[in-house]
Write a protein that binds this ligand. Structure first.
Ligand SMILES: [Zn+2]
Length: 463
C-alpha cells in the first residue's frame, strides 16, 4: 500500500536542506518519492518469494509511461530475480553511452526486529522509513524520475543514456556481471549506489559531499593443513589444528604495505577537518607520506580507517577435527581480504603464503562473485560535472573523491576498463545511516535537492 504525502511532509520535501537553494523540480521529486514507496513495499530479497521481478515491472511501467519506447526497456529474468536495461537513444549513435546504474534487491529485514514493518514504507518525522530507503530504492527512483523530467522538458541527450538495475547486488552479484558484459562499450558509469553527502550531526546542515572512483576488491582464501591423525591417547608432535593455529597467528602479525591513491588522498586531505584532531593529523600526514609510522599506527587502530590505508586480511571462519577422541586429520580456515585497488588476488595470496611460513599449508583462492579492479581515473569532465551538480544546489559545500571499502556493481564495469563513479546525491547524517541494518531511513528533505543535482549532472555528462 502506498502512503500519501501529507501537506506538512510536502513542505519538508519542498523546503530542502538548510543550506540548499530552494528545490526547483517538486513534481519530479514527489514522483521519485512515490515510486520509491511503491518499490519498498515489494519484498525484493533473495530467496523464495523474491519480488525483484515486480520491482523491475514497476520501474519499466514508470519509464514507459514517462516516454521510453516499450521496445527500449527490457526485463530479463534470472533465477529468482531479474534485471532491467532501458535505453534512451541520443542524437549521435556513434558516441558511447552514458550508463546509470542501480540495484533493485535489498538486504533481508525481519519485521519483528524493526520499529516499523520494513516492507510497509512510511513517512514519519520527516523520514522515509523502510528497507531500501537508503540502499537504494530511493536512488533508483530519483534516477528514473530525473530522466523522465528531462524528457518532459524536451531534453535530448547527445549520447545514449542507458539506465540499468541489477537484481542481486546484495548477494551473488551475478546480474551485475551480465549487465556489465552487455554494456562494456559504455563511456562511463554513474553508479547511484555510491557515496553521498554528509549532514552535520548537530546542525543538520551539509558538511561535505563525497563520490567514489575506486573500491577495494573482495577475496576469500582457504587455508588447509592435513596430517595423518591417529588416536588422541597417543598425541604426536604434529597436529593439524596446532599447525593451522600457528599459521594464523603469523598471518595475523603480517602487515600489508600501507598505500595511498589519488582517491584516498583526496579523502584524507579534504575530510580531515571533520575528524577528531589526532585522526585529522594522521590523515594529513598519511596523505603526504604513506610510510609515516605514527600516522599508520593511529589510522590502523581505528576500524573506520584501517581499511582505507591498504589491503586488510582477517580470519573469518575455522573448521577442524572429526571426532572428540581423534587427532585431527584436517583443519581449514577462511581468510577474508579487502584488497587495495591495483593488486591481483594472486599476489595477495602469495603474500599470505609467505607470511604463514608453512610449506605444509595449502592455500587456495576461494573467492566467488568478485573481480579485481583498478581505480577509475579522476577524469576532469567527471570531476567538473559532479562539482557543478552539487554546487548548483549547495553552493559552498566541499565536494571531493574517496575510495570505498565495500564492493558494488562498479567492479564489473571497471573490470572491463569502463570508468565507474559511485554517486548518490542524497545528504544524510552518519547517525541516520542504517544501510543493511535496522530501521533504515532517509530524510525526505534530501529528495528535492537530490533531484535538482541529478538534473544538472545527467545533462552535463550526456549533452
Ligand atoms: Zn547497495
Amino acid at each position: 500500500m502506498r502512503n500519501t504525502i501529507g501537506a506538512g511532509l510536502l513542505l519538508a520535501l519542498m523546503s530542502g536542506s538548510a543550506l540548499a537553494a530552494a528545490p526547483q523540480h517538486h513534481d519530479a521529486a514527489t514522483q521519485a518519492l512515490n515510486l520509491a514507496e511503491q518499490a519498498i513495499a515489494l519484498r525484493s530479497v533473495a530467496g523464495p518469494a523474491n519480488q525483484t521481478p515486480q520491482v523491475a515491472a514497476l520501474f519499466r511501467d514508470a519509464l514507459v509511461k514517462g516516454g521510453f519506447a516499450p521496445a527500449d526497456v527490457t526485463i530479463t529474468p534470472y533465477k529468482d530475480t531479474a534485471y532491467l536495461i532501458a535505453r534512451w537513444p541520443g542524437r549521435d549513435s556513434s558516441l558511447k553511452p552514458l550508463v546509470i546504474s542501480g540495484h533493485m534487491d535489498v538486504v533481508e529485514a525481519k519485521a519483528s526486529d524493526w520499529t516499523h514493518d520494513p516492507f510497509k514504507p512510511q513517512i514519519e518525522n520527516g523520514y522515509l522509513l523502510g528497507r531500501g530507503s537508503t540502499d537504494m530504492k530511493l536512488d533508483d527512483t530519483l534516477a528514473i524520475s530525473a530522466l523522465l523530467e528531462l524528457k518532459k522538458e524536451g531534453y535530448v541527450p547527445r549520447r545514449d543514456i542507458i539506465i540499468e538495475f541489477s537484481g542481486d547486488e546484495e548477494t551473488t552479484m551475478a546480474t551485475g556481471a551480465i549487465i556489465a558484459d552487455k554494456l562494456s562499450n559504455a563511456e562511463l558509469v554513474l553508479n547511484m549506489d555510491g557515496a553521498n553527502g554528509t549532514l552535520d550531526e548537530k546542525t543538520g546542515k551539509p558538511d561535505y559531499f563525497t563520490w567514489e572512483g575506486a573500491e577495494k576488491t573482495y577475496a576469500d582464501f582457504r587455508l588447509t593443513v592435513t596430517n595423518p591423525g591417529g588416536h588422541s591417547s597417543e598425541p604426536r608432535s604434529v597436529n593439524a589444528i596446532d599447525e593451522l593455529s600457528a599459521d594464523l597467528l603469523r598471518i595475523q602479525q603480517h602487515r600489508f604495505k600501507p598505500e595511498v591513491n589519488d582517491l584516498s588522498r583526496s579523502f584524507f586531505v579534504n575530510a580531515a577537518r571533520w575528524q577528531k584532531p589526532d585522526i585529522a593529523a594522521a590523515m594529513k600526514a598519511f596523505a603526504a607520506n604513506p610510510a609515516n609510522e605514527k600516522a599508520i599506527a593511529t589510522l590502523s587502530a581505528d576500524p573506520s580507517f584501517v581499511g582505507r590505508i591498504g589491503t586488510t586480511c582477517v580470519v573469518t571462519m575455522i573448521e577442524g577435527g572429526h571426532a572428540l577422541n581423534a587427532l585431527p586429520q584436517r583443519a581449514t580456515a577462511n581468510i577474508n581480504c579487502r584488497i587495495f585497488p591495483g593488486h591481483s588476488r594472486a599476489s595477495i595470496m602469495a603474500e599470505l603464503r609467505d607470511a604463514a611460513q608453512d610449506p605444509g599449508m595449502k592455500i587456495e583462492d576461494a573467492t566467488e562473485g568478485s573481480v579485481e579492479t583498478a581505480a577509475s581515473p579522476m577524469r576532469p569532465d567527471v570531476v567538473h560535472a559532479i562539482d557543478a551538480s552539487i554546487h548548483a544546489v549547495y553552493p559552498d559545500v566541499p565536494v571531493f573523491a574517496a575510495m570505498s571499502s565495500g564492493a558494488s556493481d562498479s567492479m564489473w564495469f571497471r573490470s572491463h576498463g569502463v570508468p565507474s563513479y559511485g554517486i548518490s546525491p542524497i545528504f544524510i547524517k552518519n547517525s541516520d545511516s542504517f544501510m543493511h541494518g535496522l530501521n533504515e531511513r532517509t530524510p525526505v528533505s534530501a529528495v528535492g535537492p537530490a533531484m535538482d543535482a541529478l538534473l544538472v549532472l545527467i545533462p552535463e555528462l550526456s549533452h
